[in-house]
Design a binder for this molecule. Structure first.
Ligand SMILES: *Cc1c(COP(=O)(O)O)cnc(C)c1O
Length: 356
């Protein structure tokens, strides 16, 4: 089943959440929409999702499904942080910029402490120093947990060694370790490692396992490797209003997403599309691809006349947010080679006329 009909080339490269859902996921929703099922996650499908995650991560894990990544992040962080705690994260992180204070809200006022570093990855030496400052000082909020994003907000990826080094910092200072895996699958197929290696084997306690950006309608999974967080998390999810009474519909999406490696196949498609775009842009005069395209996000510098012409042609993307003439293109599981080639043919044409 691929369910794809021929369509005009898609013009949107602004984010991976402008894509729809995989047909397998949509079909699963319809399939599970009849008959009775236990409420609030007591159904068989939800149990099956839990088993599938335990297989994927090669150990018992506790799984709680929620509708958004913001809920997953806020709930994970709140379970590892007292109100007087510090959550260490990168200044570019989603939890710092794009969640309207949800981590602070869910944790009853914990403090986000930003640690900078290149490519939206936090600097480990600086992290180690900062998590040792003012310990036990009653006037100062205290280190509680570290949150990293994999793949990061700019599409870069922490290596396994880097994750393990952060895990070491957390372990030695008794801090929780959270991973925002909104683009977990994109990172995993790029690193070509196991899900276990990228998480608990490197010390991660709690994962926000993203699915919405990579082929489901609306569902994300909180995956807990530290079983001591599980009981509290169940109460926290309900209290936050995120325990679905018809849980089967979240589970149906995630079940289909994990079946026959759909999540990995979708992520490969997204990453391959970004690679195709990077290759096509490289070497064009007046175009500079910035950084290595490791997942499904590409940054480049374009002539302002090229940016204008692409916008006029109807292409949708963000530009000049990260610096003058800097453009971000994001691909998704639904981006085809034809979509990419169509964009490239426009870029080539405009570049030729601008630089004629
Ligand atoms: C999209 C995204 C999320 C989740 O966002 P929601 O809109 O709350 O689902 C979390 N982290 C990162 C890095 C993201 O890009």
């Amino acid at each position: 089943m691929n369910g794809e009909t021929s369509r005009p080339p898609a013009l949107g490269f602004s984010s991976d959440n402008i894509a729809g859902a995989s047909p397998e996921v949509a079909h699963a929703l319809v399939k599970h929409s009849t008959g009775q099922a236990g409420p609030y996650g007591t159904d068989e499908l939800t149990a099956q999702v839990q088993r599938k995650f335990s297989e994927i991560f090669e150990r018992d894990v506790e799984v709680l499904l929620v509708p958004t990544g913001t809920a997953a992040n806020g709930l994970c962080l709140s379970a590892m942080t007292p109100p007087w705690g510090n959550i260490y994260c990168h200044p570019a992180s989603h939890i710092n910029n794009d969640e309207c204070g949800a981590p602070e809200f869910f944790s009853n006022g914990a403090k986000l402490m930003t640690i900078d570093g290149p490519s939206a990855k936090l600097d480990i030496t600086r992290l180690r120093e900062r998590t040792r400052e003012k310990l036990g000082d009653v006037h100062t909020t205290q280190p509680a947990c570290v949150s990293i994003t994999q793949a990061t907000e700019v599409g870069s990826i922490y290596t396994l060694d880097e994750i393990a080094a952060i895990g070491e910092v957390c372990k030695s200072a008794s801090l929780g370790f959270h991973m925002d895996g909104s683009r977990f699958a994109n990172a995993l197929v790029s690193l070509d490692c196991s899900a276990a290696e990228m998480t608990w084997k490197a010390g991660v306690d709690a994962l926000s396992f993203g699915a919405t950006k990579n082929g489901v309608l609306a569902a994300e999974a909180i995956v807990l490797f530290n079983p001591s967080l599980a009981t509290e998390m169940r109460y926290r999810r309900k209290r936050a209003g995120h325990l679905f009474s018809k849980m089967r519909f979240l589970s149906a999406q995630i079940d289909a997403y994990l079946t026959d490696d759909l999540w990995l196949r979708n992520a490969r498609k997204a990453n391959d599309a970004a690679q195709r775009l990077a290759q096509g842009l490289t070497g064009l005069s007046g175009v500079e691809v910035l950084g290595g395209t490791e997942a499904n996000i590409l940054f480049c510098r374009l002539d302002p006349a090229v940016i204008d012409a692409l916008l006029k042609a109807g292409f949708v993307f963000y530009h000049d947010r990260w610096g003058p003439n800097i453009v971000r293109f994001v691909t998704s599981f639904a981006t085809t080679a034809e979509d990419v080639d169509h964009l490239l043919s426009h870029v080539r044409r405009v570049v030729r006329s601008v630089h004629a």
